[in-house]
Ligand binder design. Structure first.
Ligand code: SF4
Length: 470
């Protein structure tokens, strides 16, 4: 395994409990090593994934068509109404535009698209080449905004100017220009904004339902199933719930500073974290509504009464299996480690693209001895860790899926593209079902890593008549 790890990357990989590794410390939160083929996305992609689910806004990528295609319809973010977000647009900059500038093209594209689609706002994303040729995005947006009477917001997300985290910041700065411009009258004193949930497979609707049952109003979804008007009045909420801390934490901090809105970091994945999130909200509003805690306890009890027996059934086949986790934000990794514990599965490798020192410290605390903790890794390292630990299931996103399948390992998509709701108590059951299906699939008996005979594994007998394996 050693040859696949670059010398410069060694400080970003730690084994919990390894000799000389105490106290736990890991190098992280820095630019990716050139040539290491990081799994991370660029700054532009970071901002695009955060803003994308705002469904009634126009999203225009100012750059070559390849940038837009790279993250076209990137999330399975569902909308309960308009779906303009799914029509990604690009100015399709060509060689001539690079030489003579692309501002005119951007101006024309904005006028045409706003007239055609009548959006409630427009986000204009800057890409690498725009940063190089120096198009004045702000000036063009300001001009169109004055002419068309809707917010036209530049997103300063030049791909090369840092890592994905800078993209999150650019997205938050863009959204913050909207916050505070809407009417906040008639908002309940028991109200929250949901930050950092992208309504993949309709997940935000599960969380909204829990909050509604508790008696809490949701002012703005930021950004899953998001609307421009909601973001504009988000400053009227009493509390910000921040999931996926990397993506929207900057916005929560800006809102705290300017509007005095406190925030709580939450996760809606897994039993403990989902329950904790609801109890945190109940605790926050207890002074205003003394009954809220009772309602919340009843809600959690009701959900668990249904969930536990179903989990126990699936767990029987999963005890002792091994899991590797590599996700974008570390908050998801915490919840996954706890969720796997409920299923009797040992987590032997865990990492994230954008974790901080505190995140990794927490991961080290909740994982077992020998677990590999890794920051901003790459396919070669991931393959080596999976083989070394003889993993049964790998949890990641679209870029990790082929690594798992090529190695003959079960896979669970926990990223933008998933079609299965994994949040909430219902999501925990969906997760357990998906893990069970992939880990126990007979197909892995035929992959080179596990195959015991060239025809079929003795564990999976072939049909005597046809020779086929069921
Ligand atoms: S912005 Fe830059 S790094 Fe990102 S997709 Fe476009 S060219 Fe690639």
């Amino acid at each position: 395994m050693e040859p696949v790890i670059f010398e410069e990357r060694k400080a970003q990989i730690q084994r919990k409990g390894a000799k000389g590794a105490e106290p736990f410390s890991i190098s992280c939160n820095k630019n990716s090593l050139a040539g290491a083929v990081s799994q991370r996305a660029c700054v532009f992609c970071g901002s695009r994934v955060v803003l994308y689910p705002i469904a009634d806004a126009l999203h225009l990528v100012h750059g070559p068509i390849g940038c837009a295609v790279y993250n076209w319809d990137i999330r399975g973010a569902m909308s309960s109404g308009p779906e303009l977000h799914r029509l990604s647009f690009s100015t399709d900059l060509r060689e001539k535009d690079v030489i003579f500038g692309g501002e005119k093209k951007l101006y024309q594209a904005l006028l045409e698209l706003i007239d055609l689609h009548k959006p409630n706002a427009a986000f204009v994303y800057s890409t690498c080449i725009v940063g190089i040729i120096g198009d004045d995005l702000k000036a063009v947006c300001k001009k169109v905004e004055a002419e068309k009477g809707i917010p036209v917001i530049p997103v300063q997300s030049e791909g090369f100017k840092g890592n994905k985290r800078e993209g999150y910041l650019a997205a938050c700065q863009a959204m913050f220009t909207l916050v505070g411009t809407g009417d906040t009258s008639a908002i309940s004193p028991l109200s929250v904004n949901i930050l950092g949930d992208f309504n993949l497979a309709g997940e935000i609707w599960i969380i909204q339902d829990y909050l509604r049952r508790m008696g809490v109003e949701v002012v703005a979804n930021i950004t899953g199933d998001g609307r421009v008007e909601e973001v504009r009045r988000a400053h009227g909420a009493a509390l910000n719930l921040v999931q996926c801390s990397g993506a929207t934490m900057d916005l929560a901090k800006m809102m705290q500073q300017k509007y005095g809105i406190p925030f709580k970091k939450v996760s809606y994945f897994g039993i403990e974290d989902m329950s904790d999130a609801l109890y945190e909200v109940a605790k926050f509003f207890e002074d205003k509504d003394p009954e809220i805690m009772t309602r919340t306890r009843e809600l959690v009890r009701e959900e668990l009464r249904d969930l536990y027996p179903k989990l126990q059934l699936l767990r029987k086949d999963l005890v002792g299996k091994k899991a590797a986790i590599y996700v974008g934000g570390a908050f998801k990794a915490f919840s996954l480690v706890k969720s796997f514990r409920h299923l009797g599965i040992d987590v032997v490798m865990v990492g994230s693209q954008t974790g901080t020192q505190e995140d990794y410290q927490e991961l080290a605390e909740i994982t077992d001895e020998g677990t590999i903790v890794v920051d901003d890794t790459n396919p070669l390292e991931l393959s080596a860790f999976i083989k070394e630990k003889d993993v049964d299931i790998f949890v990641g996103g679209v870029k990790e899926r082929p690594i798992a399948y090529k190695l003959g390992v079960g896979f669970c998509d926990h990223n933008h593209e998933r079609k299965e709701a994994l949040e909430g108590f219902l999501g925990m059951y969906n997760f357990a079902k998906e893990v069970h299906a992939t880990v126990t699939s007979p197909v892995w008996n035929f992959t080179p890593r596990r195959r015991k005979s060239p025809i079929a594994s003795p564990d999976v007998p072939a049909c005597a008549a046809t020779g086929r394996v069921s």
